[in-house]
Write a protein that binds this ligand. Sequence first.
Ligand SMILES: Nc1nc2c(ncn2[C@@H]2O[C@H](COP(=O)(O)OP(=O)(O)OP(=O)(O)O)[C@@H](O)[C@H]2O)c(=O)[nH]1
Ligand SMILES: [Mg+2]
Length: 451
Amino acid sequence: MTASDTIAAVATAVAPGQGGIAVIRISGPAAEQTGRSVVHCPGQQEWASHRILYGHVVDAAGQQRLDEVLLLLMRQPRSFTGEDVVEIHCHGGLIAVQQVLERVLAQPGVRRALPGEFSQRAVLNGRLDLTRAEAIAGLVSARSRRAAQLAMAGLDGGIQLRISSLRERLLDQLTELEARVDFEEDLPPLNGAALLEELQTVRHALLTLVADAERSAALRSGLRVALVGRPNVGKSSLLNRLSRRERAIVTDLPGTTRDLLESEIILDGVPITLLDTAGIRPSDDAVEQLGMARTEEALATADVVLLIVDGSQGWLEADAALLARIPEGVPRLIVSNKSDLPAGSLAPCADVSFSARTGDGEEALVQGLLACCGAGDSAGVLLSLNQRQSDLAASAAAALDRSREVAAQQLPWDFWTIDLREAIRALGEITGEDLTEAVLDRVFSRFCIGK
Ligand SMILES: Nc1nc2c(ncn2[C@@H]2O[C@H](COP(=O)(O)OP(=O)(O)OP(=O)(O)O)[C@@H](O)[C@H]2O)c(=O)[nH]1
Ligand SMILES: [Mg+2]
């Protein structure tokens, strides 16, 4: 399949004053002609595929040089999209790249690429399967080494392989069933119990993938962790210590933090946004009241709440009142700070004891935090489906679950095929395979219909 139009876009990140080199990617039938029109290559350079050419981009009037560039032509099908592709490697930053892109877009038959359109063409042209295309997006957006590692597993084809093989197993069963629907009398009887067992094995495998996806979701999207507590317990000090910099203002005056303050950190490969909040206490100060309203918002939206108490004061009623304000179901960790000072009379019912001043107990705090957001468990995860894939895997598993019902009611074979088809369709949607034709192909190739 070849698209009739040619698309172009800057493939590298663009920022003013940054990036030595930027790449403009052009894909489609007009790619080579566009390259030839836009880039003037001196001397006898040959326009051969997969060779680097050197030249200049000049303005439309042919007067002024806009940039000095390298050009890479990759003729179809040996390119990322499977189409003719030209890459213009120009200088980075903002202005030169935009000028070159404008020249490219002004060529006949060329338009600006839509988001993800190169990958989409690669998939449509069979150069890339769907899960690998999604893995590229995951790799690009990875915010931690671990997330990048998981994306690479997808890029290496791990997800495609796993889902395809589960789908194949279902297709095998469907083939058997469909043959029975059409030619029951010609074939040996089907073992319903064995078939059901196979479906449930696949279902369990899918559920494991869904659970792994949930466990590692934090790795991809990151977690918002709200630090709450009474004024002066050391919320900002804790944030500074975990951030390894003086991000927040710390003073011995209660009510120092007035506004929400965010700090992005990576803990054990998990991206975490720490939210420092205004300490909660009765106050007539208008600014402080607004700050406390934001604390409430942070409480309502955080994935995890760290309730910080002052261990040198012990567990106070106000701490208990704050604990009660953490919304139901939100994982929480109670941190007793200031462990370097003598403990207060009432021992706080804390999960970890910590000192923002000395750093004592930091490892326990980090591990407790990761455990409480479930991110600590993701260590053993080797493959991580993204949300779309995980939703589809879950719906396939649900369809397979329904087959138990069908089995229990001892319904005829064609009833079994309904849920099975549904599960196969969902998995095929993950891998991008065409369901109906694939199933029919299998039926035809395995059983000689004309016999
Ligand atoms: N000894 C000791 N002092 C600490 C520790 N952590 C914080 N402090 C002190 O406690 C005081 C308050 O610290 P902050 O981090 O500003 O407390 P906060 O909870 O952010 O306070 P508000 O922003 O007012 O709500 C400062 O004087 C800190 O130096 C600790 O672990 N040990
Ligand atoms: Mg503070």
